[in-house]
Ligand binder design. Structure first.
Ligand code: SF4
Length: 324
């Protein structure tokens, strides 16, 4: 077993764990490591549509230009922009740690799998961390679980997700930012094509899973046109999606370093406006948000789609007080 990627002697915390992690497998550019896990569930700040996040991997090979999670690799002192997509860490011992932590989850609290990195990225084909979690959750009752991905690898687990859904609430958010294959390839270089993601939506819906499409992040003047959103919502509905999310792009400094060169190359005429909008504030504000909200409402109404999952946790007999 080879050692990890660092040799610095004074690293602490997660950076130290990363430095000491075992190299599991190397494939040309991408290297896979195993990293110790201290906790599985991460309680998120209030205002989010879920209570806990759960990410089986650190880093994500899909390498989306807009990925907001790039900064998470900086906690491990991995600061090159390619590190996030080329050094992938599979978390060790997730299942036993999660089993212990589930005792603190209250009825109706939502566990969101895949909020910072994709749980069905290529590493999952090799290491099966997400599948192991779902197998464990299938033995529980009364949980609310959501999975967010842009990978059709989730088709592998449709039957397992249905099993989890027998006694828990399960929703799947499939992220599709555009139906334009060439744009998708540039924006999300290693993610499955949009049509493959739609096929996964169809399989999930046919498998009885409550599934929706997230066009997030919606990128001003790139993917926010009403005709584009309308086409995407129509395709989502035709493939069995029940809801259509929608949130605007936000760009932290570490993401700007990757996204702006993409804009400069593909949309040079937009670069100045992007810089003006985002350089001093990662979040868009003002009338644009109202316009986008109204546009999404029209698009959803045209296709009979909700804005978010419509399922709500139904407390089970044993969900009085604690879940277990
Ligand atoms: S799939 Fe998600 S986590 Fe992975 S690179 Fe793209 S945006 Fe980031």
């Amino acid at each position: 077993m080879l050692s990890g990627v660092h040799s610095e002697p004074d690293l602490t915390g997660i950076a130290r764990l990363a430095a000491e992690s075992d190299l599991l497998e190397a494939r040309r550019v991408v290297r896979y490591f195993e990293i110790d896990t201290r906790s599985a569930l991460n309680r998120v700040r209030s205002g989010m549509p879920f209570t806990y996040s759960l990410n089986p991997y650190r880093g994500c090979e899909f390498g989306c230009k807009y990925c907001y999670a790039r900064y998470t690799h900086e906690f491990m002192e991995l600061r090159e922009s390619e590190d996030f997509e080329n050094k992938i860490y599979a978390k060790r011992n997730l299942v036993p740690i999660l089993a212990g932590e589930l005792r603190k989850v209250r009825p109706g609290e939502i566990i969101a799998i895949g909020t910072a990195t994709d749980p069905y990225q290529p590493a999952e084909r090799r290491f099966g961390r997400t599948r192991a979690i779902l197998e464990m959750l299938a033995g529980h009752r009364g949980l609310s679980v959501s999975v967010t991905t842009k990978s059709d690898l989730i088709r592998r687990d449709v039957a397992l997700l249905a099993k989890v859904a027998e006694h828990n609430t399960v929703t799947v958010n499939m992220t599709i930012t555009t139906l334009d294959v060439s744009l998708a390839r540039e924006l999300e270089p290693k993610a499955p094509r949009p049509d493959l993601r739609l096929r996964a939506v169809r399989d999930l819906a046919d498998g009885g899973i409550h599934v929706g499409v997230f066009p997030n992040p919606i990128m001003p003047l790139i993917t926010d046109q009403e005709a584009r959103l309308n086409g995407l919502a129509k395709a989502a509905r035709e493939h069995g999606a029940r809801y259509f999310g929608g949130g605007p792009l936000f760009l932290t400094a570490s993401t700007q370093r990757v996204f702006f060169p993409f804009v400069a190359k593909r949309y040079p005429q937009l670069l100045r406006r992007y810089r003006e909008r985002y350089e001093n504030d990662a979040y868009l504000k003002g009338p644009y948000l109202d316009m986008l909200r109204a546009r999404l409402a029209r698009v959803r109404a045209a296709h009979g789609l909700a804005a978010a999952p419509t399922m709500r946790q139904q407390p089970t007999d044993e969900a009085q007080g604690r879940l277990f």
